[in-house]
Design a protein around this ligand. Structure first.
Ligand code: 1HN
Length: 347
């Protein structure tokens, strides 16, 4: 594109006169609106769990889950401070629920994922069914579903929340409602959804009533077993190792319409080829240690750390021993709108 036209005194005076009518000339701003490549305020960042866990635990002594509604420390992208965003389009936080606590039932139009980082035995209830959570479990609370959390174990539980809050902000579609009691009424036994929809079976004649998966807990034990069995073929993707996508078993699409989720196994000593895509991605380390090089930045990571790779930044992973990474991004939105791009290797 040509350079920005000169702002002559005559033109500037013209812009000033139209300003009062809520008019402004495109040619003064065009080059910032359509850029040759994505330019984002979202920065590469890592949160080391060892550094931030003390703050999470300290919050537990200062406010209850009930008073806070949700006791969460937001992971704010350093380039997006004050906006409650981990990427331009997604929110993330680490939520603490202590033994005996409840986070009261509510529902909202924003979709949420939970990825369990520490603890075992707390539960989330979603639209009439409870699921007991363990480390590495991926749990969803779809748009406008009632959800509450409780911890009947004797240990604190911490999970990573991922929500499409910035997408709901962009579209002005935020609604929230309280249930009127701490805990919602349960209408189905624990494990019902997974048995009914997540066992390679579907009720005969079943028709989806929403774009979101009817399975709402994808247990890590199953995911890990699957990865361990598949690795025996030694077919490693040069960029991603063995990377699997969480799916809605009814449609084969992503588990949620706005947030795509993945789990990948990288073998010991893996040195990935460079990769970039337009969906800024949040990673949560489940197992192993390694490094991710993003441009000139090297992020060192270990279990329970969270890190972010911005849109269209080239990155590559390296591992010490075997490593397992959970990740999420707005990919389903970009794919549906025909906007998603990826690039493997160097140009
Ligand atoms: C929410 O409902 C939860 O249900 C967690 O656990 C984080 C952040 C903003 C708005 C609603 C939850 C949230 C949230």
């Amino acid at each position: 594109m040509e350079a920005k036209p000169e702002t002559t005194p005559e033109r500037a005076a013209f812009y000033d006169r139209m300003d009062g009518h809520n008019l402004t000339p495109l040619w003064e701003v065009l080059r910032g609106l359509i850029t040759p490549e994505p330019t984002s305020d979202c920065e590469t960042a890592v949160w080391h769990y060892d550094d931030i866990r003390p703050y999470i635990m300290e919050s537990g002594g200062l406010i209850t889950a009930k008073e806070a509604e949700r006791r969460v420390l937001i992971l704010e992208n350093p380039g997006l401070r004050g906006q409650s965003k981990i990427t331009t389009s997604l929110y993330a936080g680490l939520q603490l629920i202590l033994p005996g606590e409840v986070a009261p039932a509510h529902r909202h139009t924003q979709s949420a994922l939970r990825f369990v980082v520490e603890g075992e035995g707390a539960y989330t209830a979603v639209d009439g069914e409870k699921t007991i959570m363990r480390e590495g479990d991926f749990v969803i609370t779809p748009s406008w579903t009632w959800h509450d959390h409780g911890n009947e174990s004797d240990k604190p539980m911490v999970w990573l929340d991922g929500l499409d809050i910035p997408i709901a902000q962009l579209l002005d579609v935020s609604f929230v409602e309280g249930y009127g009691a701490d805990e919602q009424m349960l209408t189905r036994p624990v494990g019902d959804a997974l048995a009914r929809y997540g066992s390679g079976l579907l009720p005969d004649g079943y028709e989806a009533s929403s774009p979101t998966s009817p399975v709402f807990n994808y247990p890590y034990s199953r995911t890990r077993d699957a990865l361990e069995t598949m690795r025996r073929t030694e077919e490693w993707d040069p960029c991603h190792g063995l990377k699997m996508r969480y799916v809605n078993p009814v449609t084969g699409d992503f588990a949620m319409p706005t947030i795509g989720t993945f789990m990948q196994l990288l073998p010991k000593g893996f040195e990935a080829a460079p990769y970039r895509s337009t969906d800024a991605t949040v990673f949560s380390v489940v197992e192993g240690t390694g490094r991710t090089m993003v441009g000139d930045t090297t992020l060192a990571w270990g279990p329970r750390d969270t890190f972010v790779v911005p849109s269209w930044q080239s990155y590559r992973h390296e591992t010490d021993g075997d490593a397992v990474l959970f990740s999420f991004s707005d990919r389903p939105v970009q794919v549906k709108l025909g906007l998603w791009r990826e690039q493997r290797g160097n140009r």
